[in-house]
Design a protein around this ligand. Structure first.
Ligand SMILES: NC(=O)C1=CN([C@@H]2O[C@H](COP(=O)(O)OP(=O)(O)OC[C@H]3O[C@@H](n4cnc5c(N)ncnc54)[C@H](OP(=O)(O)O)[C@@H]3O)[C@@H](O)[C@H]2O)C=CC1
Ligand SMILES: CC(C)=CCC[C@@H](C)[C@H]1CC[C@H]2C3=C(CC[C@]12C)[C@@]1(C)CCC(=O)C[C@@H]1CC3
Length: 345
């Protein structure tokens, strides 16, 4: 039976590399690239079809940071497919990043150097802002849009006698200390990216608790440090060019510098062939690359607890209600405006 796999943020970086790897693994696959930028999505599809002629690759417009777009994309998915085996929740942003140079040099000459390079702890801040739905952009894109998509797709994902899988692209930058259960959107802090990634770890745990008995299994991955559009946005390009040899050198000392999207997609690809029974709901699956360039996946326990994940889950359900009612109000207003224009004409 052909598997249906949907990947968000599939037009570049880790998402696109994953698609390449999945098509190599399973030629029968029906792959759906869910992307916000149609031009880049078409280019990605064309590239995939060049290396995998005859493959079934569909495109779907999805801006995961917009409630309206998520709701209409979900309708489209339910109309197109009668099953969804894998949903890769991969789209992500890190807007306006800034590196704390002083913290970098302090860390560089300390025992914490390896951890600093692996997790960017204390190094990175971002500036976030509310989007047109009134949600913080990083939270909306990296977490809430995906949550809403899962909720909308439950009829497809939770089918009797058939297991479906969610696979999150989290990060080594996900830190409990950056997340506050009182401020789940991270309105007040300066680490919205870290907070949103920790939130995905919490949500995955809660989803497993609530949905495993309905055949839905969620896993969390960490791709390591990968050179993609997201990372290139952190430093000016001339600086990346300058430090690139150092990056390849550091790779000898830390297996988390996976560097290429192909390597970074290792754990995401690994999970594709794992049976649901073998999954650990509290584990993060790390893509790692040895100094000799060999890729492997390692499981490490996440710093998450049941109580906090449960509270977080109920807060998300509450927020979902608010967001849905706002959206219905907007739809009603739009309809009334259209009727008004129609009558005026
Ligand atoms: N690179 C790294 O070192 C690491 C990355 N990650 C995570 O990996 C994931 C993929 O990022 P990466 O490949 O590095 O970076 P890229 O910028 O190459 O890929 C991000 C993808 O997400 C898409 N995207 C962003 N916002 C939206 C949106 N609102 N709706 C739909 N799609 C959207 C982008 O599309 P568009 O072209 O339209 O912008 C793009 O396809 C992210 O979740 C990131 O946080 C985690 C750990 C490390
Ligand atoms: C000399 C040298 C290699 C300098 C680079 C310093 C920093 C720019 C990087 C050190 C650790 C990196 C890192 C990330 C971005 C770039 C660094 C801060 C991520 C935050 C990128 C996105 C993630 O999800 C996790 C990465 C952890 C490590």
């Amino acid at each position: 039976m052909e598997k249906v796999v949907l990947v968000t943020g599939a037009n570049s970086g880790i998402g696109l590399a994953l698609c390449e790897r999945l098509l190599t693994e399973d030629r029968q696959l029906r792959l759906c690239l869910a992307c916000r930028n149609t031009q880049r999505a078409e280019a990605a599809r064309a590239a995939l079809l060049t290396s995998h002629s005859g493959a079934r690759v569909d495109l779907l417009h999805l801006d995961v940071g917009s409630v309206l777009s998520v709701l209409s994309a979900a309708q489209e998915i339910k109309a197109r497919y009668n099953r969804l085996d894998f949903l890769y929740l991969n789209a992500g942003i890190m807007p306006n990043p800034a590196v704390d140079i002083r913290a970098f040099f302090t860390g560089f000459f300390s025992r914490n150097i390896i951890n600093m390079f692996a997790t960017a702890e204390g190094l990175l801040t971002q500036q976030d802002r509310p989007n047109s739905d009134g949600l913080q952009e990083v939270f909306a894109t990296n977490l809430f849009g995906h949550f809403l998509l899962i909720r909308e797709l439950e009829p497809l994902l939770c089918q009797p006698g058939h297991a479906s899988r969610l696979i999150w692209t989290s990060s080594s930058n996900a830190r409990r200390s950056a997340f506050s259960i009182e401020d789940i959107q991270h309105r007040k802090g300066k680490e919205p990216y870290s907070s949103s990634k920790y939130a995905s770890d919490l949500l995955s745990l809660a989803l497993n608790r609530h949905k495993n008995n309905q055949g839905l299994f969620s896993s969390v991955t960490c791709p390591g440090l990968v050179m993609t559009n997201l990372t290139y946005g952190i430093l000016p390009s001339f600086l990346w060019t300058l430090i690139m040899p150092i990056m390849w050198l550091i790779r000898i000392f830390t297996n988390t510098f996976t560097l290429t999207p192909y390597n970074g997609a290792e754990a995401l690809h690994h999970l594709f062939s794992q049976k649901p029974e073998s999954l650990d709901p509290r584990a993060k699956y790390h893509s790692l690359t040895s100094g000799f360039g060999n890729n492997y996946t390692e499981t490490r326990q996440m710093d998450v607890d049941d109580e906090m994940s449960e509270v977080f889950f109920s807060k998300l359900l509450q927020l979902e209600k608010v967001v849905r009612s706002k959206q219905s109000q907007r739809n009603a207003e739009d309809k009334a405006n259209q009727q008004y224009v129609h009558h005026a004409e």
